[in-house]
Design a protein around this ligand. Sequence first.
Ligand code: ADP
Length: 302
Amino acid sequence: MTLKNFMAIGEAMIEMAVIGPDTYRRGFAGDTFNTLWYLAKVMPDNWKVSYFTGLGSDAASSEMRAFGEDANIDMTPAREVEGKTVGLYMIHLDDGERSFSYWRSDSAARQMAADPKALREAFAQADVLFFSGITFAVVLPEHRETFLAELAHARREGKTVVYDPNQRLRLWPSTADMIEANTRAAQVSDIVLPSFDEEHAYYGDETPEATIARYQAEGVKTVIVKNGAGAVLAQTVGEDAITVTPKIVTNVVDSTAAGDSFNAGFCAAFFNGKPLDEAIQAGAKLAGKVVQSHGALVEISE
Ligand code: ADP
């Protein structure tokens, strides 16, 4: 049986999380990678999930590859970039407040779109292509046009392109640059999964309806607006809008990867034929479990 292929495109990093004085625990995380990690658990057996990224040829890169494979993520599309290694971030805790330091400006993942032929060949293997605003920021500026062109090509070939804006100002020279890039990324996408707090902050959207209208004006077919504990609003062009209110979670301890796990629960249901409202419920259910534990990658039980 030929498996369908859900391919995420992006950057995973080494995560160093403080667990005691001068002691850190090493993990691996990154928005698109987190989504795949959850998808590998919830996607039905007729799918595989795979990762397109850049890795080095050193021990850290091998460990990341092994971590992905152990989690049932097909890491074979990952490009090997000579002389580079994977990015890293450190989580600091100060009186319960988390802050982050990053070493990622010269990571192997930044080179992931250096070879247009490699992009074309990799994307041709996929049925669904998933990327984020972080992915697009990580792709080097001189490769971004090619990257978008290859996504647009894949879409014309019948692949579904899914995009989470995940807008991170620190990865861009200015807000204007970030906004322009986000619009360009949305223009090559069929499905966009924004979070309302970011859309309000950067575009001044007063309502989730305004967010949907803005993305649909760029040619996006289906927009699903996440909104923390608030209602998710979604609409497919030509159909009525749908509102789904997540179940109340009383013991929220860490909202890291809430959006990433939502995307996984949503995509697993949606690409297996569930209607939009049921797929959103599946996303909210998975995210509702993830916010009840610490860390990005949380073991979940039914
Ligand atoms: P992001 O992590 O991208 O900022 P959100 O904070 O909007 O995304 O959360 C994504 C999804 O996670 C929400 O749509 C909701 O389903 C779920 N979620 C987040 N926070 C909570 C919460 N406090 N209670 C219940 N569900 C939540």
